[in-house]
Ligand binder design. Structure first.
Ligand SMILES: O=C(O)c1ccc[n+]([C@@H]2O[C@H](COP(=O)([O-])O)[C@@H](O)[C@H]2O)c1
Ligand SMILES: Cc1cc2nc[nH]c2cc1C
Length: 350
């Protein structure tokens, strides 16, 4: 399924660009005056292959899993919070529930590896294993498990598109997953661990040095080949990150715009692009996270996020908050009057 999805994935069709730019320049505004909203509209057209792309309704996918490295004391919160927050997602009380409702999204919560049993109702059970192993001691998971988690993500993206979603917001929940993401990024980018490691849920400054040491020790012990993204993912984790990789691959194969969230989501996006570079064209970056490593992850993808609200929550919240800008770009193309139709005189450029 992974191989077939990658084989189906094509770069976006740029032949539509002149038609869309021409239309944008006929709309009742000085050419280019809607700035980044205009480039966003062009992007949406190339992704979907439609001159009047539609992005509603969006689908929000929240992948949850636990991380064995939590045992090293790298998070400000205990591992139990992952399962408890999944229960909160099901009950509708988390930030992502509120923001998803605000944009009329279909929300799905997928358990790919929460360490505890979860209620059957309201969570898609794709549990690959009960959390990853502590990667300071052994590989986080096997290559087969990484592939199964990726495939759970592909299935989730396909379910959302089959249900009518025209844009995907990909989010996550997993205590200690900033440690995993920093380790992944250090290997994938070759940048020093210190520059990629931050406070996550809010560890004290003193504990940050310990978090860095844990990551450095783990990378030295696991020594994954940086040019083998599946090996990097299996050795360092995590299960929800693998599933997000799958959601990006599956969504790109179905030609829907993919809204990337914060630090963890961007790390997964980088992995997806290493597996299949064509994915890059489908990614729209929702926001810049407060987590310091996010800037490096964004730079590795040549990405410029839409919002900078100093968020550091995850769950897909920053991406969901950026969705109204995509909706605005889509409506601008479809609903604005042209100079001709509105009887407005054109300017010097025509
Ligand atoms: O999205 C981000 O940029 C982000 C930055 C910091 C923390 N988080 C969230 O916080 C959790 C990971 O933080 P930590 O400290 O446990 O590694 C995980 O559930 C993420 O969703 C998310
Ligand atoms: C409460 C809480 C909510 C979260 N949502 C995503 N990561 C989180 C981490 C914590 C601790």
């Amino acid at each position: 399924m992974l191989i077939e999805t990658i084989a189906r994935l094509r770069p976006v069709d740029k032949s539509i660009v002149p038609q869309v730019v021409d239309h944008l320049n006929r709309l009742t505004k000085p050419p280019g005056s809607l700035g980044q909203l205009e480039s966003l509209a062009v992007n949406l057209a190339t992704v979907t292959g439609e001159p009047f792309p539609r992005v509603s309704p969006p689908g929000v996918l929240v992948f949850a899993a636990d991380h064995g490295v939590a045992a090293e004391g790298v998070s400000a919160f205990p591992q139990s919070v992952t399962a408890q927050m999944v229960a909160n997602f099901v009950a509708g009380g988390a930030a992502i529930n509120v923001f998803a409702q605000g944009i009329g999204a279909r929300l799905e919560v997928i358990d790919v590896g929460v360490a505890e049993a979860l209620p059957a109702d309201g969570v898609v059970n794709e549990k690959v294993r009960l959390g990853t192993a502590n990667f300071t001691e052994r590989d986080a998971m096997s290559a087969g498990e990484a592939e199964r988690a990726i495939e759970a993500g592909i299935r989730a993206a396909e379910r959302a598109v089959d249900a009518g979603c025209r844009c995907l917001v990909v989010g996550e929940m997993g205590i200690a997953n900033t440690t995993t993401s920093s380790a992944l990024l250090a290997v994938l980018t070759g940048k020093p661990v210190a520059s990629l490691t931050g406070q996550g849920t809010g560890i004290a400054e003193e504990r940050l040095a310990h978090k860095r040491t844990v990551i450095e020790r783990a990378i030295a012990a696991r020594a994954p080949a940086p040019d083998n993204p599946l090996e990097v993912l299996a050795k360092l984790g995590g299960l929800e990150i693998a599933a997000m990789v799958g959601a990006y691959l599956g969504g790109a194969a179905r030609r829907v715009p993919l809204l990337v969230d914060g630090f963890i989501a961007t790390t997964a996006a980088l992995l997806a692009c290493r597996l299949s570079p064509a994915v890059r064209d489908y990614l729209i970056f929702g926001h810049r996270s407060r987590e310091p490593g996010h800037a490096h992850a964004l730079a590795a993808l040549g990405a410029h996020p839409l919002l900078d609200l100093e968020l550091r929550l995850g769950e897909g919240t920053g991406a969901a908050l950026a969705f109204p800008l995509l909706e605005a770009a889509s409506r601008m193309l479809a609903d604005m009057a042209t100079f001709e139709a509105a009887g407005v005189d054109t300017g010097e450029s025509d």
